[in-house]
Design a protein around this ligand. Structure first.
Ligand SMILES: NC(=O)c1ccc[n+]([C@@H]2O[C@H](COP(=O)([O-])OP(=O)(O)OC[C@H]3O[C@@H](n4cnc5c(N)ncnc54)[C@H](O)[C@@H]3O)[C@@H](O)[C@H]2O)c1
Length: 325
């Protein structure tokens, strides 16, 4: 199968592309390689993909449909995994337009590309657990109301779900949205807590612990996420009268205390962190926990990696990547 993967130089996108190539699919990768975080990391992920047969790369900004649509004319794919986005909750307070461009305009660009692709079968796209905002009923279920986002990032992800539903309704285009819950692992993101903590602890610097550590997250290991994304891609929603649009949570099956995550990280690093307790950050949420009932029922998704296994694997990769012993 020929699959478009957007955000292919990103953390999740690069892993998904490798998994697709592993099983013999061909991958058309798109990314703009922007400098939201260290571009060398994106280039390093991309270099590993470009060494593989069946992979083609197009450097394009999806926020610019006038450039993207002609550049991809003649490129064939039947399914798509759209992961390109401006990610991160905190940055959306300082650079709102980056979110509008990448997550709203970029999303419509992908919807239009897919809609006009002959024989197109299924679009899987990234949403986020952030859409649950300040909801306090745990675990978060896809049937819960999500119309009170607490960050612009979350608002754009909810808008992506709405726009995707519209395309499923108007054009009978099968779409599946995945609400990712705090993904971590090798080749991860330098703006996320796990990386920032690791970097600081190894440098002997203090770490900033928000909401005085009273936070819980469904930390989900990348290999579990990749299995879920591929399962979703392989199961387009049926067109049975209702629009062929689905949204699923994709997380781990337990929500961890932030201080427990730090303790596991300290164990893996063999060092103790100096913790600076700080108040809650604007736009952030205190806890996330995923109700996985529907993704388990429909796609057989079952995460298998506890943080006690996943964090040491992240640390081992982090040290190797940075040439540390
Ligand atoms: N990692 C997580 O914990 C998490 C949680 C919830 C949702 N998500 C979502 O999952 C998706 C993938 O996240 P990730 O962690 O791999 O992030 P990432 O930042 O590593 O990857 C995103 C990639 O998209 C590219 N990109 C951004 N804007 C673009 C544009 N306009 N045109 C083309 N490429 C563009 C970036 O260069 C980057 O390589 C994103 O949509 C993100 O919002 C991730």
């Amino acid at each position: 199968m020929q699959v478009l993967v957007t955000g292919v130089a990103g953390f999740i996108g690069s892993h998904v592309a490798h998994a697709l190539l592993d099983r013999g699919d061909t991958v058309v990768g798109v990314d703009d390689l922007n400098d939201y975080y260290d571009v060398r990391l994106k280039q390093a992920r991309l270099a590993r993909l470009e060494a593989r047969p069946g992979f083609a790369f197009h450097r394009l900004d999806l926020g610019d449909p006038d450039a993207v649509i002609p550049a991809l004319r003649g490129v064939q794919f039947t399914r798509a995994v759209h992961l390109a986005a401006q990610a991160g909750v905190r940055y959306s307070l300082t650079n709102p337009f980056a979110y509008v461009r990448a997550n709203l305009m970029g999303h419509v660009t992908v919807l239009e590309l897919c809609r006009h692709m002959p024989g197109f079968e299924h679009l899987v796209y990234a949403s986020s657990s952030s859409v649950y905002g300040g909801n306090t009923h745990m675990p978060f279920a896809v049937t819960d109301r999500v119309d009170q986002p607490v960050s612009l990032y979350a608002a754009t992800k909810k808008a992506d779900e709405l726009m995707s539903h519209t395309y499923a309704h108007l054009y009978r285009m099968p779409v599946t949205g995945l609400r990712f819950f705090t993904v971590y692992g090798p080749w991860g993101r330098p703006d996320m807590a796990m990386w920032l903590f690791t970097e600081a602890i190894l440098a002997g610097q203090p770490i900033r612990v928000f909401n005085h550590g009273k936070m819980r997250r469904d930390f989900t290991f990348i290999d579990d996420i990749v299995r879920g994304v591929i399962a979703a891609l392989d199961h387009p929603p049926a067109d049975d009268g209702a629009p062929p649009a689905r949204v699923y949570n994709i997380g781990n099956n337990r929500s961890e205390e932030l201080l427990h995550m730090i303790a596991v990280l300290e164990g893996a690093l063999g060092r103790t962190a100096e913790k600076i307790m700080e108040p809650m950050q604007p736009g952030d949420v205190e806890a996330t926990a995923a109700d996985l009932t529907s993704i388990h029922r429909d796609l057989g998704y079952q995460p298998t990696t506890p943080i006690e296994v996943g964090i040491p694997r992240f640390v081992a990769w982090y040290k190797a990547y940075h040439g540390l012993t």
